[in-house]
Structures are given as structure tokens and as C-alpha cells.
Design a protein around this ligand. Sequence first.
Ligand code: DHB
Ligand code: MG
Length: 595
Amino acid sequence: MRRGIATVCLSGTLEDKLTAAAAAGFDGVEIFENDLIVSPLSPAEVRRRCDDLGLSVDLYQPFRDFEAVPPPVFEANLRRAERKFDVMEQLGADTMLVCSSVSPDAVDDDDLAAEQLHTLGVRAAQRGMRIAYEALAWGRFVDTYDHSWRIVRRADHPAVGLCLDSFHVLSRGSDLALIRTIPGEKIFFLQLADAPRLHMDVLQWSRHHRLFPGQGAFDLTAFVGHVLATGYSGPLSLEVFNDVFRQADPGRAAVDAMRSLLGLEESLGEPAIAAPELTGHAFTELAVDESTVPQLAAALTAMGFAHTGQHRSKPVQLWTQGEARVLLNATGGPTEISALGVESADPARSAERAESFHAPVLPREHRAGEADLSAVAAPDGTAVFFCRDGWLSDFTPTGSSAAGAGLLGTDHVSLSQPFDNFDEAALFYRTVLGLQPEMPTEFAAPFGLIRSRAVTNPANRVRIALNVALLRRGEWAPGVPDPQHIAFTSDDVLATAKAMHAAGAPLLEIPANYYDDLDARLAPPPDLLAALREYSVLYDRDEHGEFLHFYTEVLGSRVFFEVVQRIGGYRGYGAANAPVRMAAHRRLRLARQSG
Ligand SMILES: O=C(O)c1ccc(O)c(O)c1
Ligand SMILES: [Mg+2]
């Protein structure tokens, strides 16, 4: 299938947009009228530029407020259309998108709309062009695709067909079954956009919050499946109005866009390199500056870890306890999570798949005899390594062994995302690693709203929690700047908390108010509540089970650890408790600053 993108998806000048679309591998573009109007390039020059870049101009859009108007307005609209046909001729575009009218001049008269579109079709055909009529979800009289189809049928001209836009169709909750009754050759164009489920004015929703397929809540696979079943053979073209993408580096946004189409095509059954099964978190690497190493070493030791291995050629320490593994990589930079190691059933294929989804492949650095691990960069710069047995032999045993405090492995890794990359990150993990994004949740933290979205594999062996502040951070200092953490599992979190407490681990103290509220809300058994309170362990419950968890203080500027126990298939991450943790971290930081 040909892949297209509307210039309105991307930031910058028309040249920036075309260059970015071509570099990401798109076959064609929809030229959004305003992008042309503000450009110093003539339409003929734009066409040459597109030719040079290997892009076709698949659509000129939008032509607004055309149909169902009184005769004098209609004459003016026809004149306006002819001028645009002139532009399209030079652009080499043969299809014009006409979106349903929002004009106060329009009347509620399908026969008139059809008759006027027929006339426009006659004019278009004289110039070898076509009209694709699109129902805007907020059109004055035509706001559903079935209504636009009735009018196109009534217009009854070979040069008048439909433009279907997934946003307008899915935002209205229209019945999709009717799509299959439309002859494929009458669908002149297909525009694709996803969106989060929001209950708001549909125009605002469309103009600010559209997303690339796979980033939102719409079932694009089902929608496109219906359209392809008609025999539609035009491009799959993205049309996403989004406040963040409008400001983002267009090269990067175009790659994100392409990744979304590749993911969609895979879900439609197009061949792709299948994602090998991920069987767990192999390790999490912390980049550490020298001054934080003693603090981290002391904390890990008190948590029952031991420094069990030293890398043969790099300044990297391996700390282990059970299957929980932390690497301390003395890079000298600020302490932060720098890499995730995921266990793959087939690391080479995982890397091939990643590359096929345009993940940036990181240069390999390994010496003879060392494991040759492939890694790709996630949108926030975190390296993702694909591992399978063997990699541990790059570490010389130190002879130490972990005292142990009951930790078994890694439950999840939580990464704060840069504001601009949140949706890109969820799609990256979905496509590149084959993880499933859960629905985003939001909670009110002391320093602003936080949106959280987990990506997991079907067996829940790999879980990554992505977090973002809902607005760019202001001047008012947040409690902890973009915290990150690693959550380890225990099958007896209270015993683990007790052991770590006794060993002097820097555990986070939770205020009494939390436990009073917990008692009021969830009424855990009194013995359990007393133990939770004593060891600052938090508690949550969902329809599947229970969750017990506790935290350490922040080590260095932004990293901390969590210990969790899932009982009976609890699915979440204790989001209800996150604000309590954030306030407690903030309190400690203030105490440290003044103390
Ligand atoms: O928001 C708009 O005006 C607009 C314009 C053209 C489109 O194809 C569309 O879906 C929306
Ligand atoms: Mg559209």
C-alpha cells in the first residue's frame, strides 16, 4: 500500500515538511492549503521538489464551504474552485478534498448539495481531476460519513467520490458496517488519525488531540479493515492535527508517523518481522557519577544485593539478588537509568524488527569474547538491549554473594518521559518491542498532574511504566526532577521491608494520614494495617488482587527503588499511592536542604 502524510501533521516550512516526509520513507503527501499559501515556492516549484524527493502529491486540501449555497455564493465558489484547480494542475495533484460546509450561507438541502457537487465534478473532470467529499464531524448539515455518502451517490458523477477520515467516523461512533456497502472505487481518499477517548467538543478534540494510529484509543485496524474490504486501493494517509507534533522536530515526528503506519499494516496482516517473545527484565543499568556510587552501593547492600560481578573491559559493576540485576556504569554523568536489558527469545530478530520499525540502532561496543548485544535507543534516549543467556559471562565474579532480603526479580521500570515524546514512546515500545500499551491513567501529584501509561508483554514478564507531567514543568521547583525507578519483586513484601529496615536501607517514611485514609477506604485487616504502618508499606487493590509496595529515598538526583508484591493478579502500579510517595520524597529533600 502507498503511504502518505498530510503536511499539517508536521512542523516547519513546507520544505521542512516535504524533506521530513521523504526521509521517513513516505510515498506521497497531502498538501495542506495553508502550507502552500505561506510558502515562497510556486506550486510548480513544490511539484519539482516533490519529484526530486520521490513524493507524489496525492491530495490538495481542504476546499471549504462549497456546497448547498444560494446561486450567487455558488458562482463565487465555482470561481474559487477553478483557481484552486489551476494550483493543483501545477502541483501535479489530481484529487481535491472538499470538506462538508460549516458556512452560515449553507442550507439543509441534500439535493442542492448533490447538484452543486455534480457541477463541481463536471468542472474537475474537464481538467482530469476528482473531488473527494469529506464529512467533518462538526459539519453544519453533513457531519457523518453515511450522510456524505448519500450526497455523493446523489451527485452521481464519476469525478465525485468520498474521502473517509477515521477521526470523523470514529469520533461520532458511527456504525462501521455501512462502509462495506460503498464501492471501493467511490472512496477516493482515506485519511487516518487516532485519538484519545475524550468527552469534549469534537472540533477541539480534532484540532488539538489527534494522534498517529496506535497512540490513541480508536480501533484503526477494524476501521481500515472495513475500508480495504471495499477494494479501496489508494494510499493510507495520515492526517493528524496535534499541538505537540506541530512544534516537534519534523524529521522525528515523520519517523514516529511512519512507525504508526507500519504498526497498523502489521495489525492488518501485512508481513512484518514478528516480535520475538520477551521473557523478562535481564537488567537495568544506572549511569552513575562517582560521588553517588558509595551511596548506591550502601543502599543496594542494605537491600540485600551484592556486587557479584565486574565487567571485563568496562567500568561496570553487576549487583544481583535472585534474578534482580542492577548495573552501575561509572560514566561520570548524572545518576540516571541509562539502559534496560530485556530477555528476548531471539535477540538478533528483536534487533532486526527494531530496525524495520525505524528504531535508532546504537553502535556496538564489545571486545572479542564478549557478548555482542544489539541495542536501540528509545525516544527518551534510554538504551534498550536485547539479551539472552551468555551476557553475564562478560562479568568476572567478585566472589561476593547476596545476603538477600527476599527480592526475586524486576517487576517494572518506571521512566519519566520528556513531555514531547510521551505518545511517541508508547508507540515505540508497542511497535519496536511488541509490547501492549495499557490505557493511560492520570493522577494529581503535589506538583502537577501526572499521566501514566504502562507497556507490557502479554505474559507480564516485561513492564515499563511511562510517566509525564501534563504540562511542561514551570519554574516552581518540582519535588523530584523527573524521577525514575526500578521496582523489584518480593513474595513477602512485609518480611522484605523488615529485613531492609534492620539492615539500615534508606526507606521512605509514609505519613500516618495515609494509613488513616487507607483504613477508611479499603479497610485492610487490622493486623495487616498495623504492619503496613510500621514499615511504611503502601497498599492498593483492584478487581484482580492486591498490591503491597514500598520505596527507598531518592539516590543521587532522580533515581529510587521500589519493592512490590502482586497478590492474585493485581494489574496496576499503585498509582493511587504515587502522590503520597512524591510528597514524601519532597519532604525529605527539603529536610536535607535545610539540615
Ligand atoms: O479541521 C479541519 O478543518 C479539517 C480540515 C481538513 C480535514 O481533512 C479534516 O479532517 C479537518
Ligand atoms: Mg480529514
